[in-house]
Ligand binder design. Structure first.
Ligand SMILES: Nc1ncnc2c1ncn2[C@@H]1O[C@H](COP(=O)(O)OP(=O)(O)OP(=O)(O)O)[C@@H](O)[C@H]1O
Length: 259
């Protein structure tokens, strides 16, 4: 798989989002769970970043805090130069609507709307007009042109997730957060969606952050962040499924107790 950055890729080092010394706790006292423990990390622009780690390591929490869907206990979160923890709810909602795209495991399409209506829904809600040329590019890249009038129930799971991908891309967000986007798909449909996400990074310069359990999915990314116990414990550039699987096995080993 090629991981060549697009010719128009921003210079290395520019960040689309970052968190600084973020801690997120649930509950308090004896019942406190520290889901994120002093995490500092940046998400480079125009790159595909995967977040992996054992169950309960804090992957979803990190993504939700980064995307402004969940409030942090302490620390700072930035989308571009904007610090999210300083925004009131209204401004935060507007920022998410205008600058961030989301893809969820459960597709989250509106059943009564056609594929095309689902794709343009966030723009319609924001009162923005779709850039037709861009929309055409997105629709052709996800290969949905013959299916635009279909309702979600008339589409396969893979097609539905491609609609959700097109919906996330339609507004050209600065960053897309994808939470287990292939979790509900068979491996073939999953591969189609991942190939599309990969090409949207390579050819359209999109920035994507994806939480996944699947080493084969992580292999589509440029870099993997590994979380354990609420901390980033490792990173891997240009991952392969084999290398990621090897690294993940390390997390499952029982802790060796010295005799
Ligand atoms: N709303 C909540 N209330 C209490 N604890 C929570 C809540 N959400 C998450 N946690 C805890 O925070 C920790 C991190 O959870 P998180 O869902 O971020 O992990 P994850 O790596 O995404 O897990 P998985 O791979 O199983 O989805 C876990 O110990 C979890 O039980």
């Amino acid at each position: 798989m090629s991981h060549t950055a697009p010719a128009s890729a921003p210079p290395r080092g520019e960040l689309a989002a970052r968190v600084e010394r973020v801690t997120k706790s649930y509950g308090s006292g004896d019942a406190e769970v520290r889901a994120l423990d002093d995490v500092t990390v940046g998400i480079p622009k125009g790159r595909f970043t995967a977040i992996m780690g054992p169950s309960g390591s804090g992957k979803s929490t990190l993504m939700h805090c980064m995307a402004g869907l969940d409030a942090v206990t302490s620390g700072e979160v930035f989308i571009g130069d904007i610090e999210l923890t300083r925004l009131d709810d209204k401004r935060l909602t507007r920022l998410r609507r205008d600058r961030v795209g989301f893809i969820f495991q459960a597709f989250n399409l509106v059943p009564t709307l056609s594929a095309l209506e689902n794709i343009t829904l966030p723009l319609d809600i924001a009162g923005r007009k779709a850039d037709q040329a861009w929309l055409d590019t997105v629709i052709d890249t996800v290969g949905l042109r013959p299916r635009l009038k279909h309702r979600p129930s008339e589409l396969s799971g893979g097609q539905q997730q491609r609609v959700a991908c097109a919906r996330a891309l339609a507004s050209r967000p600065e960053i897309i957060f994808a939470d287990e986007p292939t979790g509900n798909l068979d491996s073939r449909s999953g591969a189609e969606v991942l190939a599309f996400l990969r090409s949207s990074v390579r050819e359209m310069g999109q920035t994507i952050v994806m939480v996944t359990h699947d080493p084969a999915a992580a292999a589509y990314s440029d870099e993997v962040l590994f979380l354990q116990d609420g901390r980033i414990v490792d990173t891997m550039a240009d991952p392969t499924a084999e290398k990621v699987l090897e690294r993940m096995k390390g997390f499952d080993l029982p802790k060796v107790v010295a005799p």
